[in-house]
Design a protein around this ligand. Structure first.
Ligand SMILES: NC(=O)c1ccc[n+]([C@@H]2O[C@H](COP(=O)([O-])OP(=O)(O)OC[C@H]3O[C@@H](n4cnc5c(N)ncnc54)[C@H](OP(=O)(O)O)[C@@H]3O)[C@@H](O)[C@H]2O)c1
Length: 311
């Protein structure tokens, strides 16, 4: 017997954004991760519990207690560079969590957040019907977890999302999302180097949360795999220039560089997602997914409030 609450496995950037959206709508939400999240969930009406989601017995105890009607799998490891250096651990962790939750919560609606790294990036756009071919160890781990989840819990939905961005404080103590990292540097008047040969379709965290909430509550059958990218296909260098413009920082602070010289060397050239399906689904077609200009203007005041202006 499953209940009305939602369990969010992973309390990083994306998990917290989704939990915030659900809690603000009045839902009972519990986030889990091994360490407490940066933003304490009680501040926005959610709860947090310690869990290593690769631990099947501990996960069973938690699910027996909570009996969630909905589960979002949005856990790490998410660092592409770390996964490349630890491919077996990355694969084992992603597969173990998918296998555990598919087995223990078969009646729940499970949404797993996946990635464009399941493609090798040779196409400029990837739709739900583009053949998969993982770009790296991270993509291989996520793809195998997708397969395990859909095999064991066929009502589940895989939501592959492009590069997610939103506000994160400068002192978060981790790699910040690209928008936040650029915005903090630009506000301090520091230069930003960004690849001009690495394309992405960035998607605002709030829009990812909105679509995820709609999928969790959909009353009609859903396709097993859905894509969510923003409407703009840009290089990181172009995007950084848009961010500078929204913050009122000089565009000259942004220097385009080759991807091979950056930490994005193991990423696919085209990290772009397009959906042929989302706009056609009842209740989902009406969700506006914002482009990079709208997103930058929406977030700029949060960064302006967080740091002194450029001298
Ligand atoms: N951010 C993006 O642009 C993006 C794009 C596409 C897909 N995604 C997917 O979304 C997911 C989350 O991304 P993110 O950016 O939010 O990552 P993140 O900020 O690194 O957060 C990952 C979260 O997972 C938790 N976690 C890791 N291992 C765990 C375990 N064994 N048991 C329980 N919790 C665990 C981490 O906390 P602890 O380490 O304390 O446990 C952390 O709270 C990833 O799977 C990624 O593939 C992200």
């Amino acid at each position: 017997m499953t209940g009305e609450s939602t369990l969010v496995v992973g309390s990083g950037l994306v998990g917290t954004g989704i939990a915030l959206r659900l809690a603000w709508a009045g839902e009972a939400v519990t986030l889990v991760s091994r360490r407490p999240p940066a933003l304490p969930p009680h501040r926005y009406g959610a709860r947090w519990a310690a869990l290593d989601a690769t631990d099947t017995r501990a996960s069973r105890r938690l699910l027996d207690r909570l009996r969630p009607g909905r589960v979002v799998l949005v856990h790490g490891p998410s660092d592409v560079t770390w996964c490349e250096a630890h491919p077996d651990e990355a694969l084992a962790a992603h597969v173990a969590v998918a296998d555990t939750f598919a087995g223990l919560a078969p009646d729940a609606r499970i949404v797993m957040i996946s990635t464009d790294n399941v493609f090798d990036g040779t196409s400029a756009h990837h739709t739900e019907s583009t053949p998969v071919s993982p770009a790296n160890a991270y993509g291989r781990a996520k793809l195998e977890a997708e397969r395990v989840l859909l095999d064991k819990a066929p009502r589940s939905v895989i939501l592959r999302v492009s590069l997610v961005y939103g506000h994160e404080p400068a002192d978060a103590g981790k790699w910040l999302n690209f928008f936040a990292a650029c915005a903090h540097r630009l506000r301090r008047g520091e230069p930003v180097e960004a690849p001009d040969d690495h394309w992405t379709t960035p998607v605002l965290l709030d829009d990812v949360a909105e679509v995820t909430a709609a999928l969790l509550h959909a009353r009609h059958p859903l396709p097993p795999v859905l894509h969510l990218g923003g409407p703009d296909r840009v290089t990181r260098a172009e995007w950084a220039t848009v961010i500078a413009g929204a913050l009122g920082a000089p565009a000259g602070l942004v220097t385009p560089v080759p991807r091979a010289r950056t930490r994005y060397a193991s990423r696919p050239v085209n990290a772009c997602l397009t959906s042929g399906l989302l706009p056609t689904l009842p209740g989902l077609g009406g969700i506006t997914v914002r482009g990079v200009h709208a997103g930058a203007h929406l977030l700029a005041p949060e960064f302006a409030a967080a740091a002194p202006p450029v001298a």
